[in-house]
Design a protein around this ligand. Sequence first.
Ligand code: ZN
Length: 137
Amino acid sequence: MMKDFILKIAKFMEGRYGIDQLNKALFVLWFILETIWIFTRFWLIGLLVLIVLFLITYRSLSKNIQMRMYENRKFLDLTKRFTAFTDLFSKKWKDRKTHRYIKCPYCKAQLRVKKLRGTHTVHCPKCGEDFKKRIII
Ligand SMILES: [Zn+2]
């Protein structure tokens, strides 16, 4: 009985797109909107909740895989700068006792250097330039 049900679901999902990063982000958005909706009961938020739910359902059940992949790629491109920023921020936080993240003045690459007090000559592995950096703890 249960097995039949799972098989039916699997058959239904065959050739359908499923979950990607964009759908996960939409799910988070839905959760936030739903929470606001519960507290405010503001009609516009309620409408947005429905739209986002529709988008998630539509995208995950869609059979136009190419188009959904294209949308997801666009979404990842748009959010790349933001995720790069948050990634760097969490790395900085994790390494805060042992390393410093500095920017190469020539090519703007992010470099990770040991946190040692004093003035050091830093060699940038990306552009090959050397520059001086003073580290104050
Ligand atoms: Zn450089």
